[in-house]
Design a protein around this ligand. Sequence first.
Ligand code: GLP
Length: 237
Amino acid sequence: MKIITVKNAQEGGKVAFDLLKDKMSQGIETLGLATGSSPETFYEEIRQSDLDFSHMTSINLDEYVGLDDSSDQSYAYFMKQQLFDAKPFKASYLPDGKADDLAVAARDYDRIIAENPIDFQILGIGRNGHIGFNEPGTSFDATTQIVDLAPSTVEANSRFFDSIEDVPKKAISMGIASIMTAKTIVLLAFGEEKAKAIKSMVEGPVTEDLPGSILQKHDDVVVIVDEAAASLLTTQN
Ligand code: GLP
């Protein structure tokens, strides 16, 4: 893993944007996208740029079960606001959290991922080390699946909802095996509340108890952290 320590989220977004720009100049076709606050400065950089995505495909990591893009808490809505309204793609996919049959929706999503190999995957990380919505204990072999959100994730994400009761308790998430197929992975983490997860992810054992630790096994991962998120790392650059 390559660790890049930046001053703040603004600088982190710029560094991630430069990595993307470089890969786009080499002709990549498919972006894996993430929600949450961590990639917001990255999307801001993209919105302000002259990059064109109309020939590209995007595939998002996850969606809450029960929400679709008419709900302003859904990840589909978030992506429209943050990116797609300003920068339309040829095709943009999110898991269907409103599907009648979620198991079928999950298999459909695996097919979409198989047909559109991800060149460049943006990731955040949860305070408990989750990536996408793959909570601790998720098999590293999992592909897209329906997940129960950990109480700590529901609590952390309640800041985006009117009340904690409004936070969906289930989500549909790309699995860890699918995330690992991405050719390049760029993970963003800012703030002290991410420091423990970052330390375990980078320096701890590779274990399903800390989903992000699997990234140690991937040969092209860049981790962009601010000083607070990097503060527990033994070796800092
Ligand atoms: C959610 C998302 C993850 C994201 C995580 C961290 O649970 N499903 O993809 O990485 O939150 O969010 P934030 O970047 O807001 O800290």
